[in-house]
Ligand binder design. Structure first.
Ligand SMILES: Cc1ncc(COP(=O)(O)O)c(C=O)c1O
Length: 441
Protein backbone atom coordinates (compact mmCIF):
# COMPACT_ATOMS: atom_id res chain seq x y z
CA UNK A 1 0.00 0.00 0.00
CA UNK A 2 1.34 3.44 -0.84
CA UNK A 3 2.15 5.74 2.06
CA UNK A 4 -0.66 8.16 2.71
CA UNK A 5 -0.73 11.66 4.19
CA UNK A 6 -0.81 11.21 7.91
CA UNK A 7 -3.03 12.60 10.62
CA UNK A 8 -0.71 13.73 13.43
CA UNK A 9 -2.92 12.49 16.29
CA UNK A 10 -3.45 9.06 14.72
CA UNK A 11 0.28 8.81 13.97
CA UNK A 12 1.13 9.54 17.60
CA UNK A 13 -1.37 7.01 18.94
CA UNK A 14 0.07 4.38 16.63
CA UNK A 15 3.57 4.96 18.03
CA UNK A 16 2.21 4.11 21.48
CA UNK A 17 0.21 1.16 20.14
CA UNK A 18 3.27 -0.40 18.54
CA UNK A 19 4.94 -0.62 21.94
CA UNK A 20 2.24 -2.80 23.42
CA UNK A 21 0.08 -4.39 20.70
CA UNK A 22 1.62 -6.78 18.14
CA UNK A 23 1.43 -4.89 14.86
CA UNK A 24 -0.17 -2.01 16.76
CA UNK A 25 -3.67 -3.47 17.06
CA UNK A 26 -5.71 -6.44 18.25
CA UNK A 27 -7.31 -6.75 14.85
CA UNK A 28 -5.41 -6.75 11.55
CA UNK A 29 -8.47 -5.34 9.77
CA UNK A 30 -7.89 -1.85 11.19
CA UNK A 31 -4.27 -1.64 10.07
CA UNK A 32 -3.40 0.60 7.15
CA UNK A 33 -0.24 2.30 5.97
CA UNK A 34 1.45 4.32 7.29
CA UNK A 35 -0.70 3.92 10.42
CA UNK A 36 -4.27 3.08 11.44
CA UNK A 37 -6.77 5.91 11.65
CA UNK A 38 -8.15 6.34 15.18
CA UNK A 39 -11.82 7.18 15.68
CA UNK A 40 -13.09 10.10 17.75
CA UNK A 41 -16.79 9.51 17.14
CA UNK A 42 -19.34 8.17 14.70
CA UNK A 43 -23.01 8.66 13.98
CA UNK A 44 -25.18 7.14 11.26
CA UNK A 45 -23.02 6.58 8.20
CA UNK A 46 -20.32 9.09 9.20
CA UNK A 47 -17.14 8.52 11.20
CA UNK A 48 -14.88 11.33 12.43
CA UNK A 49 -11.26 10.54 13.25
CA UNK A 50 -9.10 12.05 16.00
CA UNK A 51 -7.62 14.50 13.47
CA UNK A 52 -11.08 15.83 12.66
CA UNK A 53 -11.55 14.16 9.26
CA UNK A 54 -15.08 12.93 8.56
CA UNK A 55 -15.67 9.98 6.22
CA UNK A 56 -18.68 8.01 4.97
CA UNK A 57 -18.53 4.47 6.25
CA UNK A 58 -19.27 1.75 3.67
CA UNK A 59 -17.50 -0.90 5.75
CA UNK A 60 -19.85 -0.71 8.75
CA UNK A 61 -17.50 -2.69 10.96
CA UNK A 62 -17.12 -5.46 8.41
CA UNK A 63 -20.82 -5.61 7.49
CA UNK A 64 -22.05 -5.73 11.08
CA UNK A 65 -23.71 -2.30 11.54
CA UNK A 66 -26.94 -2.57 9.63
CA UNK A 67 -28.13 0.86 10.81
CA UNK A 68 -24.72 2.52 10.84
CA UNK A 69 -23.25 3.94 14.04
CA UNK A 70 -25.00 4.88 17.29
CA UNK A 71 -28.59 4.50 16.12
CA UNK A 72 -30.59 6.53 18.69
CA UNK A 73 -33.05 3.69 19.44
CA UNK A 74 -30.20 1.24 20.07
CA UNK A 75 -28.34 3.77 22.22
CA UNK A 76 -31.45 4.48 24.31
CA UNK A 77 -32.32 0.81 24.85
CA UNK A 78 -28.75 -0.21 25.68
CA UNK A 79 -28.28 2.76 28.03
CA UNK A 80 -31.39 1.74 29.93
CA UNK A 81 -30.23 -1.87 30.14
CA UNK A 82 -26.71 -0.81 31.22
CA UNK A 83 -28.17 0.93 34.25
CA UNK A 84 -29.74 -2.39 35.26
CA UNK A 85 -26.54 -4.39 34.74
CA UNK A 86 -24.65 -5.85 31.83
CA UNK A 87 -24.44 -9.58 32.57
CA UNK A 88 -25.69 -11.91 35.27
CA UNK A 89 -25.38 -15.58 36.21
CA UNK A 90 -29.17 -15.62 35.96
CA UNK A 91 -31.47 -15.76 32.97
CA UNK A 92 -33.07 -12.72 31.28
CA UNK A 93 -36.34 -12.33 29.37
CA UNK A 94 -34.64 -10.53 26.49
CA UNK A 95 -33.00 -13.83 25.51
CA UNK A 96 -36.42 -15.43 24.99
CA UNK A 97 -37.87 -12.38 23.23
CA UNK A 98 -34.98 -12.11 20.80
CA UNK A 99 -34.90 -15.85 20.09
CA UNK A 100 -38.66 -15.67 19.35
CA UNK A 101 -38.11 -12.70 17.05
CA UNK A 102 -35.45 -14.55 15.04
CA UNK A 103 -37.59 -17.69 14.84
CA UNK A 104 -40.42 -15.57 13.44
CA UNK A 105 -38.09 -14.38 10.69
CA UNK A 106 -37.26 -17.90 9.54
CA UNK A 107 -39.14 -21.12 10.34
CA UNK A 108 -35.96 -23.20 9.97
CA UNK A 109 -34.78 -21.64 13.26
CA UNK A 110 -36.83 -24.04 15.38
CA UNK A 111 -34.46 -23.63 18.32
CA UNK A 112 -31.58 -21.25 18.84
CA UNK A 113 -28.67 -20.44 21.13
CA UNK A 114 -26.72 -17.19 21.36
CA UNK A 115 -22.93 -16.93 21.50
CA UNK A 116 -20.46 -14.03 21.21
CA UNK A 117 -19.07 -14.09 17.68
CA UNK A 118 -19.50 -15.59 14.25
CA UNK A 119 -16.43 -17.75 14.89
CA UNK A 120 -18.09 -19.17 17.97
CA UNK A 121 -21.38 -19.76 16.15
CA UNK A 122 -19.58 -21.74 13.42
CA UNK A 123 -17.60 -23.67 16.04
CA UNK A 124 -20.78 -24.51 17.98
CA UNK A 125 -22.52 -25.54 14.75
CA UNK A 126 -19.69 -27.86 13.73
CA UNK A 127 -19.41 -29.36 17.20
CA UNK A 128 -23.17 -29.88 17.31
CA UNK A 129 -23.01 -31.61 13.92
CA UNK A 130 -20.20 -33.84 15.14
CA UNK A 131 -22.02 -34.72 18.34
CA UNK A 132 -25.21 -35.48 16.42
CA UNK A 133 -23.63 -37.63 13.70
CA UNK A 134 -20.71 -39.08 15.66
CA UNK A 135 -18.40 -38.09 12.77
CA UNK A 136 -15.37 -35.82 12.98
CA UNK A 137 -14.87 -34.65 9.39
CA UNK A 138 -16.43 -31.62 7.78
CA UNK A 139 -16.49 -30.28 4.23
CA UNK A 140 -16.15 -26.63 3.29
CA UNK A 141 -15.72 -24.48 0.19
CA UNK A 142 -12.19 -23.57 -0.90
CA UNK A 143 -11.19 -20.08 0.23
CA UNK A 144 -14.36 -19.42 2.24
CA UNK A 145 -13.89 -17.44 5.45
CA UNK A 146 -15.80 -18.77 8.45
CA UNK A 147 -13.82 -17.21 11.33
CA UNK A 148 -10.82 -18.63 13.14
CA UNK A 149 -11.80 -22.08 14.46
CA UNK A 150 -9.01 -24.48 13.35
CA UNK A 151 -11.31 -26.58 11.15
CA UNK A 152 -13.39 -23.75 9.73
CA UNK A 153 -10.35 -21.76 8.63
CA UNK A 154 -8.72 -24.52 6.57
CA UNK A 155 -7.90 -23.36 2.99
CA UNK A 156 -9.03 -19.80 3.76
CA UNK A 157 -5.69 -18.37 2.63
CA UNK A 158 -4.78 -20.97 -0.01
CA UNK A 159 -2.55 -19.66 -2.80
CA UNK A 160 -1.67 -20.90 -6.30
CA UNK A 161 1.51 -22.33 -4.72
CA UNK A 162 -0.29 -24.61 -2.28
CA UNK A 163 -3.92 -25.01 -3.36
CA UNK A 164 -3.32 -28.19 -5.40
CA UNK A 165 -5.29 -29.39 -8.43
CA UNK A 166 -8.80 -28.07 -9.13
CA UNK A 167 -10.20 -31.60 -8.90
CA UNK A 168 -8.87 -32.01 -5.38
CA UNK A 169 -8.24 -28.71 -3.56
CA UNK A 170 -5.68 -29.09 -0.77
CA UNK A 171 -6.45 -28.63 2.95
CA UNK A 172 -4.16 -25.65 3.51
CA UNK A 173 -3.53 -24.41 7.07
CA UNK A 174 -3.78 -20.70 7.95
CA UNK A 175 -1.44 -20.74 10.95
CA UNK A 176 1.77 -22.62 11.53
CA UNK A 177 1.29 -25.50 13.93
CA UNK A 178 -2.29 -26.25 12.89
CA UNK A 179 -2.87 -29.84 14.10
CA UNK A 180 -2.43 -32.21 11.15
CA UNK A 181 -5.63 -33.95 12.24
CA UNK A 182 -7.55 -30.72 11.73
CA UNK A 183 -6.29 -30.59 8.15
CA UNK A 184 -7.03 -34.27 7.57
CA UNK A 185 -10.56 -33.81 8.90
CA UNK A 186 -11.48 -31.00 6.51
CA UNK A 187 -12.57 -31.90 2.99
CA UNK A 188 -12.27 -28.93 0.62
CA UNK A 189 -14.69 -28.55 -2.29
CA UNK A 190 -14.77 -25.93 -5.08
CA UNK A 191 -17.58 -23.34 -5.10
CA UNK A 192 -20.43 -23.63 -7.60
CA UNK A 193 -18.90 -26.72 -9.24
CA UNK A 194 -21.40 -29.53 -8.69
CA UNK A 195 -19.49 -32.21 -10.51
CA UNK A 196 -16.17 -31.73 -8.79
CA UNK A 197 -17.77 -31.09 -5.39
CA UNK A 198 -19.89 -34.26 -5.50
CA UNK A 199 -16.98 -36.38 -6.75
CA UNK A 200 -14.94 -35.25 -3.75
CA UNK A 201 -17.83 -35.65 -1.30
CA UNK A 202 -18.61 -39.15 -2.59
CA UNK A 203 -15.14 -40.24 -1.51
CA UNK A 204 -16.13 -39.32 2.05
CA UNK A 205 -19.59 -40.91 2.24
CA UNK A 206 -20.49 -41.83 5.80
CA UNK A 207 -17.53 -39.88 7.23
CA UNK A 208 -18.80 -36.30 7.42
CA UNK A 209 -20.53 -34.44 10.23
CA UNK A 210 -21.49 -31.47 8.06
CA UNK A 211 -21.04 -29.54 4.87
CA UNK A 212 -20.40 -25.91 5.84
CA UNK A 213 -21.60 -23.41 3.24
CA UNK A 214 -21.74 -19.63 2.93
CA UNK A 215 -24.31 -18.81 0.25
CA UNK A 216 -22.35 -15.75 -0.94
CA UNK A 217 -18.81 -16.12 0.34
CA UNK A 218 -16.94 -12.82 0.38
CA UNK A 219 -13.42 -14.15 -0.22
CA UNK A 220 -14.67 -16.54 -2.91
CA UNK A 221 -15.79 -13.56 -4.98
CA UNK A 222 -19.03 -12.40 -3.31
CA UNK A 223 -21.21 -14.14 -5.87
CA UNK A 224 -24.44 -15.89 -4.78
CA UNK A 225 -24.25 -19.70 -4.92
CA UNK A 226 -26.08 -21.24 -7.88
CA UNK A 227 -29.43 -22.74 -6.81
CA UNK A 228 -28.39 -26.06 -8.42
CA UNK A 229 -25.20 -26.14 -6.36
CA UNK A 230 -27.07 -25.48 -3.12
CA UNK A 231 -29.71 -28.10 -3.95
CA UNK A 232 -27.01 -30.63 -4.84
CA UNK A 233 -25.32 -30.13 -1.48
CA UNK A 234 -28.65 -30.29 0.34
CA UNK A 235 -29.59 -33.56 -1.42
CA UNK A 236 -26.14 -35.06 -0.92
CA UNK A 237 -26.04 -34.33 2.82
CA UNK A 238 -29.58 -35.66 3.30
CA UNK A 239 -28.74 -38.94 1.55
CA UNK A 240 -25.43 -39.19 3.38
CA UNK A 241 -26.84 -38.50 6.83
CA UNK A 242 -24.52 -35.52 7.32
CA UNK A 243 -25.84 -32.03 8.03
CA UNK A 244 -26.00 -28.84 6.00
CA UNK A 245 -24.68 -25.96 8.10
CA UNK A 246 -25.16 -22.55 6.51
CA UNK A 247 -22.89 -19.67 7.46
CA UNK A 248 -25.19 -16.64 7.39
CA UNK A 249 -22.89 -14.52 9.55
CA UNK A 250 -22.75 -11.92 6.77
CA UNK A 251 -25.59 -12.95 4.47
CA UNK A 252 -28.41 -12.91 7.02
CA UNK A 253 -28.75 -9.18 6.25
CA UNK A 254 -29.61 -10.04 2.62
CA UNK A 255 -33.26 -10.94 3.25
CA UNK A 256 -35.70 -10.76 6.17
CA UNK A 257 -35.10 -14.45 6.88
CA UNK A 258 -31.53 -14.59 5.53
CA UNK A 259 -30.07 -15.39 2.11
CA UNK A 260 -31.27 -18.98 2.46
CA UNK A 261 -34.75 -17.77 1.54
CA UNK A 262 -33.42 -17.19 -1.99
CA UNK A 263 -33.24 -20.98 -2.31
CA UNK A 264 -35.69 -23.84 -2.22
CA UNK A 265 -33.96 -25.64 0.64
CA UNK A 266 -34.08 -25.90 4.42
CA UNK A 267 -30.72 -26.17 6.18
CA UNK A 268 -30.23 -28.29 9.28
CA UNK A 269 -28.34 -25.53 11.06
CA UNK A 270 -27.63 -21.84 10.47
CA UNK A 271 -24.85 -19.79 12.04
CA UNK A 272 -25.40 -16.04 12.38
CA UNK A 273 -23.46 -13.06 13.75
CA UNK A 274 -22.54 -9.48 12.80
CA UNK A 275 -25.77 -7.52 12.11
CA UNK A 276 -27.90 -9.44 14.62
CA UNK A 277 -25.81 -7.93 17.45
CA UNK A 278 -26.99 -4.37 16.80
CA UNK A 279 -23.35 -3.21 16.98
CA UNK A 280 -22.21 -5.52 19.81
CA UNK A 281 -20.27 -8.82 19.66
CA UNK A 282 -22.65 -11.63 18.81
CA UNK A 283 -23.24 -15.01 17.26
CA UNK A 284 -26.16 -17.43 17.15
CA UNK A 285 -26.65 -20.99 16.09
CA UNK A 286 -30.15 -22.02 15.04
CA UNK A 287 -31.85 -24.98 13.42
CA UNK A 288 -33.78 -28.20 13.74
CA UNK A 289 -35.21 -28.69 17.22
CA UNK A 290 -34.12 -32.35 17.51
CA UNK A 291 -30.60 -31.40 16.57
CA UNK A 292 -30.34 -28.31 18.75
CA UNK A 293 -31.63 -30.38 21.67
CA UNK A 294 -28.32 -32.17 21.91
CA UNK A 295 -27.30 -29.01 23.81
CA UNK A 296 -30.16 -29.52 26.30
CA UNK A 297 -28.59 -30.79 29.54
CA UNK A 298 -31.99 -32.06 30.72
CA UNK A 299 -32.81 -33.79 27.44
CA UNK A 300 -32.55 -37.47 26.60
CA UNK A 301 -30.02 -36.74 23.82
CA UNK A 302 -27.60 -34.46 25.63
CA UNK A 303 -24.41 -34.98 23.64
CA UNK A 304 -22.86 -31.52 23.43
CA UNK A 305 -22.28 -29.48 26.61
CA UNK A 306 -22.26 -25.86 25.52
CA UNK A 307 -21.92 -22.61 27.48
CA UNK A 308 -20.18 -19.21 27.55
CA UNK A 309 -19.74 -16.49 30.19
CA UNK A 310 -21.07 -13.68 28.01
CA UNK A 311 -23.40 -15.73 25.81
CA UNK A 312 -26.82 -14.08 25.53
CA UNK A 313 -25.71 -11.09 27.60
CA UNK A 314 -28.54 -8.56 27.83
CA UNK A 315 -26.55 -5.68 26.32
CA UNK A 316 -25.94 -7.47 23.03
CA UNK A 317 -29.42 -8.92 22.91
CA UNK A 318 -31.13 -5.61 23.72
CA UNK A 319 -29.17 -3.92 20.93
CA UNK A 320 -29.75 -6.83 18.58
CA UNK A 321 -33.49 -7.00 19.08
CA UNK A 322 -33.94 -3.24 18.58
CA UNK A 323 -31.75 -3.34 15.45
CA UNK A 324 -33.52 -6.32 13.94
CA UNK A 325 -37.00 -4.96 14.72
CA UNK A 326 -35.99 -1.81 12.85
CA UNK A 327 -34.67 -3.97 10.02
CA UNK A 328 -38.13 -5.10 9.04
CA UNK A 329 -39.25 -6.37 5.63
CA UNK A 330 -39.54 -2.90 4.12
CA UNK A 331 -36.15 -1.79 5.51
CA UNK A 332 -34.56 -4.90 3.96
CA UNK A 333 -36.26 -4.24 0.61
CA UNK A 334 -35.21 -0.58 0.58
CA UNK A 335 -31.61 -1.32 1.47
CA UNK A 336 -31.35 -4.04 -1.18
CA UNK A 337 -32.82 -1.64 -3.75
CA UNK A 338 -30.18 0.96 -2.81
CA UNK A 339 -27.44 -1.65 -3.29
CA UNK A 340 -28.88 -2.65 -6.66
CA UNK A 341 -28.87 0.96 -7.78
CA UNK A 342 -25.28 1.35 -6.60
CA UNK A 343 -24.15 -1.78 -8.44
CA UNK A 344 -25.85 -0.64 -11.66
CA UNK A 345 -24.20 2.81 -11.50
CA UNK A 346 -20.82 1.34 -10.60
CA UNK A 347 -21.03 -1.03 -13.55
CA UNK A 348 -21.67 1.99 -15.76
CA UNK A 349 -18.71 3.91 -14.32
CA UNK A 350 -16.48 0.86 -14.83
CA UNK A 351 -17.57 0.70 -18.47
CA UNK A 352 -16.65 4.35 -18.97
CA UNK A 353 -13.31 4.13 -17.14
CA UNK A 354 -11.83 1.60 -19.52
CA UNK A 355 -9.78 -0.30 -16.95
CA UNK A 356 -10.32 -3.95 -16.07
CA UNK A 357 -12.87 -4.05 -13.24
CA UNK A 358 -16.25 -5.56 -12.39
CA UNK A 359 -18.71 -5.64 -9.52
CA UNK A 360 -20.34 -8.62 -7.79
CA UNK A 361 -22.68 -8.99 -4.84
CA UNK A 362 -26.24 -9.47 -3.66
CA UNK A 363 -28.62 -8.16 -1.00
CA UNK A 364 -27.02 -5.06 0.53
CA UNK A 365 -23.36 -5.87 -0.08
CA UNK A 366 -21.14 -5.65 -3.17
CA UNK A 367 -17.49 -5.97 -4.11
CA UNK A 368 -15.38 -4.39 -6.83
CA UNK A 369 -12.77 -6.63 -8.46
CA UNK A 370 -9.84 -5.57 -10.61
CA UNK A 371 -10.86 -8.19 -13.16
CA UNK A 372 -12.70 -8.11 -16.49
CA UNK A 373 -15.07 -10.92 -15.50
CA UNK A 374 -16.95 -11.61 -12.29
CA UNK A 375 -15.09 -14.55 -10.67
CA UNK A 376 -16.92 -17.86 -10.29
CA UNK A 377 -14.84 -19.40 -7.51
CA UNK A 378 -11.92 -18.74 -5.13
CA UNK A 379 -9.25 -19.42 -7.73
CA UNK A 380 -10.79 -16.92 -10.11
CA UNK A 381 -11.37 -14.40 -7.31
CA UNK A 382 -7.78 -14.69 -6.10
CA UNK A 383 -6.05 -11.34 -6.62
CA UNK A 384 -2.73 -11.37 -8.43
CA UNK A 385 0.00 -9.04 -7.08
CA UNK A 386 -0.77 -6.61 -9.92
CA UNK A 387 -4.50 -6.66 -9.17
CA UNK A 388 -3.74 -6.14 -5.46
CA UNK A 389 -1.61 -3.12 -6.27
CA UNK A 390 -4.44 -1.56 -8.28
CA UNK A 391 -7.09 -2.50 -5.74
CA UNK A 392 -5.14 -1.04 -2.81
CA UNK A 393 -4.54 2.10 -4.79
CA UNK A 394 -8.29 2.42 -5.46
CA UNK A 395 -9.25 1.74 -1.81
CA UNK A 396 -6.63 4.29 -0.67
CA UNK A 397 -7.89 6.85 -3.18
CA UNK A 398 -11.43 6.43 -1.87
CA UNK A 399 -10.25 6.74 1.74
CA UNK A 400 -7.80 9.60 1.40
CA UNK A 401 -9.18 11.69 -1.45
CA UNK A 402 -12.89 10.96 -1.36
CA UNK A 403 -13.52 10.39 2.35
CA UNK A 404 -15.08 6.95 1.82
CA UNK A 405 -14.30 3.90 3.97
CA UNK A 406 -14.51 0.58 2.15
CA UNK A 407 -13.76 -2.94 3.38
CA UNK A 408 -10.18 -3.55 2.21
CA UNK A 409 -11.26 -5.89 -0.61
CA UNK A 410 -13.11 -2.84 -2.04
CA UNK A 411 -16.36 -4.19 -0.68
CA UNK A 412 -19.24 -2.07 0.57
CA UNK A 413 -21.83 -3.24 3.11
CA UNK A 414 -24.61 -0.66 3.12
CA UNK A 415 -26.49 0.56 6.17
CA UNK A 416 -29.99 1.98 6.50
CA UNK A 417 -28.35 5.28 7.50
CA UNK A 418 -27.43 5.70 3.81
CA UNK A 419 -29.41 7.00 0.89
CA UNK A 420 -28.96 8.07 -2.70
CA UNK A 421 -26.65 10.96 -1.71
CA UNK A 422 -24.09 8.56 -0.21
CA UNK A 423 -24.29 6.26 -3.24
CA UNK A 424 -23.74 9.30 -5.50
CA UNK A 425 -20.59 10.11 -3.50
CA UNK A 426 -19.34 6.53 -3.89
CA UNK A 427 -20.07 6.42 -7.62
CA UNK A 428 -18.36 9.76 -8.23
CA UNK A 429 -15.40 8.73 -6.06
CA UNK A 430 -15.07 5.53 -8.03
CA UNK A 431 -15.30 7.44 -11.31
CA UNK A 432 -12.26 9.52 -10.33
CA UNK A 433 -10.44 6.57 -8.74
CA UNK A 434 -10.94 4.29 -11.73
CA UNK A 435 -9.94 6.93 -14.24
CA UNK A 436 -6.73 7.44 -12.24
CA UNK A 437 -6.15 3.70 -12.40
CA UNK A 438 -6.75 3.70 -16.15
CA UNK A 439 -3.91 6.20 -16.58
CA UNK A 440 -1.58 4.35 -14.19
CA UNK A 441 1.41 2.49 -15.68
C1 LIG B 1 -18.92 -15.46 6.63
C2 LIG B 1 -18.29 -15.26 7.97
N1 LIG B 1 -18.37 -16.26 8.88
C3 LIG B 1 -17.83 -16.12 10.11
C4 LIG B 1 -17.16 -14.98 10.47
C5 LIG B 1 -16.56 -14.84 11.84
O1 LIG B 1 -17.28 -13.91 12.58
P1 LIG B 1 -16.57 -13.13 13.81
O2 LIG B 1 -15.58 -12.19 13.22
O3 LIG B 1 -17.72 -12.45 14.50
O4 LIG B 1 -15.94 -14.18 14.65
C6 LIG B 1 -17.05 -13.92 9.54
C7 LIG B 1 -16.34 -12.68 9.90
O5 LIG B 1 -16.00 -11.86 9.08
C8 LIG B 1 -17.62 -14.08 8.26
O6 LIG B 1 -17.51 -13.12 7.35
Amino acid sequence: MADQPTGPRSAKLYERALEILPGGASRNTVLRKPHPVYVAEASGCRVTDVDGVERIDFSNNMASLIHGHAHPDVVAAVTEQLRKGSAYTLATEIEIRYAEHLRNRNPSFEKLRFVNSGTEAIMAGLKAARAFTGHAKIAKVEGAYHGSYDYAEVSQTATPKNWGGADRPASVPVARGTPPNALADVVVIPFNDIERALTILNEHRGELAAVLLDLMPHRVGLVPADPEFVTALRDWTREDGSLLLLDEVITFRSEYGGAQTWYDITPDLTAMGKAIGGGFPVGAIAGRADLMDIMNPYGSSFLFPHSGTFSANPITLTAGLVAMELFDESAVTNLNALAKRAMRDIQEVIGEAGCPACVSGGGSIFRIHMKEQVPRNYREAYTTPEESRRLNSLVDHLFEEEGLIMINTCTAALSTAMGDAEIDRLVEGLRRGLSRLASMP
